[in-house]
Unconditional design. Structure first.
Length: 98
């Protein structure tokens, strides 16, 4: 299982456009082959910063999504709204603390 976290900073005037785009595409992302979970988070102190948190069956499944035409179109539209370069991490869960 791969967890993918992507941090994105948007121009203030682009926040609404991004949330509309995400809402239009979230179900298709969530149902992409190999995706088992998808969330969108928004920073409480800096509302122009968002994170996507997704879970993928494998790195191969994530890569299949990242190289798809759907992703290229979605990412192209999203990048046009950025105020700063995004950051991304692919991680694996090691321990659960309860």
């Amino acid at each position: 299982m791969i967890v993918r976290i992507v941090q994105m900073s948007f121009r203030d005037e682009a926040v609404e456009e991004f949330t509309i785009l995400f809402n239009e595409r979230k179900e298709r992302i969530r149902h992409f082959d190999g995706c088992t979970h998808l969330e969108l988070w928004q920073d409480t102190a800096r509302p122009y910063i968002f994170f996507t948190y997704s879970k993928w069956e494998s790195q191969a499944a994530l890569d299949k999504y990242r190289f798809s035409e759907f992703f290229k179109d979605t990412w192209g539209r999203t990048k046009a709204l950025f105020a700063d370069a995004p950051q991304a991490w692919s991680v694996e869960q090691r321990h659960v603390v309860e």
